[in-house]
Design a protein around this ligand. Structure first.
Ligand code: UDP
Length: 323
């Protein structure tokens, strides 16, 4: 049985990944500092409380376990905060990630799946965005991800560390079985905020800008179900285990929905009124971000199972209304 280290396994995406890997017959070790994650979201395997900033801790973890591959989900993700506090983002998302890479090299662990982001592309030159699209991140968050992608290319060339970078568009939804879901504090993502407005946990949803160059004036995003995202990680890991070369894939459904459309779908799914407040644009939001994910489909055989936005919202609603 192969052992996979999930760095950030107590977070939103990491916790779904832990569950999927265990279902797929892997032994899982989670490393998490619980800064934004939850211990009770880690549904099995071993849990190590710790931080990638701690080099000695990483060394003892890799000495104590025989790790076959690593998935790295532990990063800060708020674009606005990254503009205000770039140090926090470069320290954690870049410097601490380097510690992890160096520990992997020192312990001869050859396979890494890295959580990258559509934020590496910056303002889109064209959509849908394919892998070749220019990389011109417009905030420290996006730049921190792009830096690691470039560092990984050098680490492969020099040390033979193989990696797959997955550039997420908008991860959304929740475990179809209702066991796990999104628990960001504070929550900043559209779908959970809309559903909080539907359940009454929040009074209203504020739409950030209605004057974008889109059919209804609100921003368009590509929402991808969390389980489809995790499925892509599993395929990428198996690809590396079979001797695949380092690469990067864009990961989305390939169809865009506006903020207004998301709210409409949420009304249909929840059968609840949702109070909408029209607000100002949020800084750094491109009008339209849609992925071209043909490459991962043709090369790894990835197929989204839950591409329908109503299904994504329904699973998130099941989580929002859990008792
Ligand atoms: N959004 C919004 N109101 C909110 C949160 C988000 O109108 O309270 C918009 C945001 O401007 C963007 C889209 O919803 O166009 C998705 O935002 P989210 O923060 O979920 O993901 P991002 O695209 O920033 O990764």
């Amino acid at each position: 049985m192969k052992t996979i280290l999930i760095v950030g396994g107590a977070g939103y995406i990491g916790s779904h990944m832990v569950k999927m890997l265990m279902r797929s017959g892997y032994h899982v070790v989670t490393l998490d500092n619980l800064a934004t994650g939850y211990r009770d979201a880690v549904s099995g395997g071993d849990f190590v409380f710790g931080d990638t900033a701690d080099k000695l801790g990483l060394d003892s973890l890799f000495s104590g376990y025989t790790i076959d591959g690593v998935m790295h989900f532990a990063s800060f993700i708020q674009v606005g905060e990254s503009v205000q506090h770039p140090s926090k983002y470069y320290q954690n998302n870049v410097a601490a990630t380097l510690n992890l890479l160096d520990a992997m090299v020192a312990h001869h662990i050859p396979a890494l799946i890295f959580s990258s982001s559509a934020a590496i592309f910056g303002e889109p030159a064209y959509t849908p965005i394919d892998e070749q699209h220019p990389k011109q991140p417009i905030n420290p968050y996006g730049l921190s991800k792009w830096m690691i992608e470039q560092i990984l290319a050098d680490y492969d060339q020099a040390y033979g560390l193989k990696s797959v970078c997955l550039r997420y568009f908008n991860a959304a939804g929740a475990d179809p079985e209702g066991q796990l879901g999104e628990r960001h504090e504070p929550e900043t993502h559209l779908i959970p905020l809309v559903l909080q407005a539907a359940s009454g946990r929040r009074q209203a949803i504020t739409v950030f800008g209605q004057d974008y160059d889109t059919p209804d004036g609100t921003c368009i995003r590509d929402y991808i179900h969390i389980n489809d995202l995790c499925q892509a990680h599993l395929l990428a890991l198996e690809y590396l285990f079979q001797g695949g070369n380092s690469t990067a894939y864009n990961l989305g459904n390939g169809s865009g929905f506006s903020v207004t459309e998301v709210i409409e779908v949420a009304k249909q799914v929840t059968h609840k009124p949702i109070e909408v407040v029209m607000g100002e644009r949020r800084m750094g939001d491109p009008a339209r971000l849609v992925a071209d994910s043909k490459q991962i489909q043709t090369q790894l055989g990835w197929q989204p199972q839950y591409a329908d936005l109503a299904t994504i919202v329904a699973h998130a609603w099941q989580w929002e209304t859990r008792t």
